[in-house]
Design a protein around this ligand. Sequence first.
Ligand SMILES: Nc1ncnc2c1ncn2[C@@H]1O[C@H](COP(=O)(O)OP(=O)(O)OP(=O)(O)O)[C@@H](O)[C@H]1O
Length: 297
Amino acid sequence: MIQIENLTKRYGRFTAVDGISLTAEPGRITGFLGPNGAGKSTAMRMLVGLTPPTSGTATVLGRRYVDLTNPAAQVGTMLDASAQHAGRTGREVLTLAAMMAGVGRAEVDRALERVALTPAEADRRVGRYSLGMRQRLGLAGALVGDPEVLVLDEPANGLDPAGIRWMRSLLQEFADEGGTVLLSSHLLHEVEQVADDLVVIGRGRIVARGTKEELLRSSSTLVDSPERARLGQALARAGLPAEAHPTGGFLVEAGPEPLARLALAEQLPLTEVRPGDQRLEELFLSLTADDAREHSA
Ligand SMILES: Nc1ncnc2c1ncn2[C@@H]1O[C@H](COP(=O)(O)OP(=O)(O)OP(=O)(O)O)[C@@H](O)[C@H]1O
């Protein structure tokens, strides 16, 4: 379990993280989504004690990270997969992580196996790894101490679609055994494939949160009729906000019931009544486009 309450980080007059609160539950994968510069890494660094917060609290397993008895074994972290020592082999990097977590060589082999790095690959220098291999090694480092919680910053970075599917099943297995996963991404498509719950951050503030299903659920209905013109007139008369949809029919800001009643009253045949395609993508873009623009300006 991860609990963040009113967490704020200011650098001088700039507020990087602005009073955010979020919870990541055991048994679930929580995606922390936001455009570049939204404050994800800063929040995660505060969570694991690498950056002191200006105010607010962050706890893992009920305690501040620095107060955990053996943080390296209780919380697996991967905050910057590209920061691994290029001159060391993957196995050496992992052996160091295992020592910090107080576990032995058998766990190193087990972690390598879990992330599907072969012994030959493990004995290669990290400088010669692809980005995807570095991510796998970073995940192995997070898993090696057999933690209850994983905190992963952009773990899908550099993975191809098959790699993302693989990561999803690995993290799902971890969550199914009761583990807590908090992972960040600036790419909606990635996080949508991996997470159960989503927290969306823009310009340091939480702008949406909920289960993936909740956030994907549509508030509009797509409706169509062979008598489209008459349908349009009926919608206008009924005062239902509607706009023409590119694929035909109308996108109406209403649930299906008022539309069914309208069709019955107007004796209108309907060929389509289904949830409008309010994809999470639109939500993400509309919620964060301005933030992203201002940051890059
Ligand atoms: N040490 C620092 N000093 C000053 N500003 C900082 C510092 N660290 C981060 N920032 C600023 O805080 C904001 C949030 O940065 P952060 O790295 O947390 O964003 P992010 O959501 O992780 O973005 P990305 O997806 O690009 O990693 C950015 O505008 C960044 O420039």
